[in-house]
Design a protein around this ligand. Sequence first.
Ligand SMILES: O=C(O)C(=O)C[C@H](O)[C@@H](O)CO
Length: 257
Amino acid sequence: MPAPTNHFKQRLARGERVIGCWAGFADPYATEVLGTAGFDWLVIDGEHAPNDLRSIMAQLVALKGSDSAPVVRLPMGEAWAIKQVLDAGAQTLLIPLVESAEQARDLVRAMRYPPAGIRGAGAALARASEFSSIPDYVQTANDQMCLLVQVETRAGIAALDDILAVEGVDGVFIGPADLAADMGFPGNSAEAEVAEAIRDALGRIAASDKAAGILAVDDATAQQYAGWGAQFLSVGIDVVMLAKAARDTVKLWSGRG
Ligand SMILES: O=C(O)C(=O)C[C@H](O)[C@@H](O)CO
């Protein structure tokens, strides 16, 4: 019995558009709720949500029966953190602030067992191997790894063609907020210069053998990004959804006192 098939990786490879959402409550109960909504993928955000290895693992467990594929974002692409989260059962990683092909190659290697990479062989006690119930996990896991790198600085954009040439990178995600900030327009990814950089980058990624990804928090922007070539498209953030719904409810009733 081989390592679990990464259906999300297969869908990207087939060129399917897949719609996702950010899971930012760092709580398995909230992520389990999201997992019933019908999203194709969910980002368990270890960069900007208060997650740690145990909360990430608890959310992987919560999504085990869901059709929503878990995508785990780490704070940075450190090999030791990648080793831990893969052993916890993650198969798709979103790694922020990638700015070179060398960095991308190092991430590919960190996600794979030797000789293709440097992932430590601890599967015997790992959730990923179902605690050794998958006897050939180490021999079959590499093929199920899905690496999504975030390009979200001017340096990353400049290195995009080189990053796109790296074997083992499955997708490139453009981070609009960080890119806008790095370009001198913090908080304004709709600024013409930033929007043009996003449009150009999504087009170049879509023309490559990688999947293009991005996040939008309003429908008009999401539609625009889809038209520019976004294939794995996140269309919301759970925390923002709840906060907005709560404020709208208060606004609705505040005038009815
Ligand atoms: O740069 C970006 O935009 C992203 O990487 C997404 C953000 O980190 C996400 O938290 C929404 O702001």
